[in-house]
Design a protein around this ligand. Structure first.
Ligand SMILES: [Zn+2]
Length: 141
C-alpha cells in the first residue's frame, strides 16, 4: 500500500513540472516549439508557461505584438489580441517562437536573425519556405 502511494505522488509531481496555462489555441505552437527544439538538438526548459491575450494597444504598447518575461520562475507571455486575431497560422507560429526565443532561449533581438529580429518582417510565405533554416538559426547553441 505504501509503495502504491509513492508511485502516485511521483506521477503527480511530473505533471506539475510540465504545465501550460494558456487558451487551448496556443497549445499547438508551444508543442511545435518543443518539437523544433528537439529536432535541432537543443534542450529547453519551457514550463511553467503562462500565455494570455490582451489588448496591448490600449495599454500604450501600440504596435507591440507581445511581451514575454520570467516572473517567479514562470514564463509569462502576453500576446496582443489585435495582432493575433488577424494573423495567419505561420505568423502566429513565428510570433510565439520569437517570444519563446526571449524567455525560453534567453535571446535578445538580433537584426541578422530571421526570427529574433525586432521587426519580425518576414512574410508568411517566406517563413514557410525557409522554416527549417530559420529554426536551425533560432536554436543554434
Ligand atoms: Zn522581441
Amino acid at each position: 500500500m505504501r509503495y502504491l502511494f509513492m508511485v502516485i505522488l511521483t506521477v503527480s509531481c511530473a505533471k506539475e513540472s510540465k504545465k501550460l496555462d494558456a487558451p487551448a489555441e496556443f497549445g499547438k505552437y508551444v508543442t511545435a516549439f518543443e518539437v523544433a527544439a528537439a529536432e535541432n538538438k537543443r534542450s529547453v526548459s519551457i514550463y511553467p508557461l503562462k500565455i494570455s491575450l490582451a489588448d496591448l494597444n490600449e495599454s500604450g504598447w501600440m504596435g507591440i505584438r507581445g511581451v514575454c518575461k520570467i516572473e517567479n520562475s514562470t514564463r509569462t507571455l502576453v500576446v496582443n489580441i489585435n495582432f493575433w486575431n488577424s494573423a495567419s497560422d505561420a505568423e502566429k507560429e513565428m510570433h510565439i517562437f520569437h517570444e519563446l526565443g526571449h524567455c525560453v532561449l534567453g535571446r535578445g533581438h538580433d537584426e541578422w536573425s530571421p526570427i529574433m529580429n525586432s521587426a519580425l518582417g518576414l512574410g508568411p510565405d517566406q517563413y514557410s519556405a525557409q522554416r527549417d533554416l530559420y529554426l536551425a538559426e533560432l536554436f543554434k547553441p
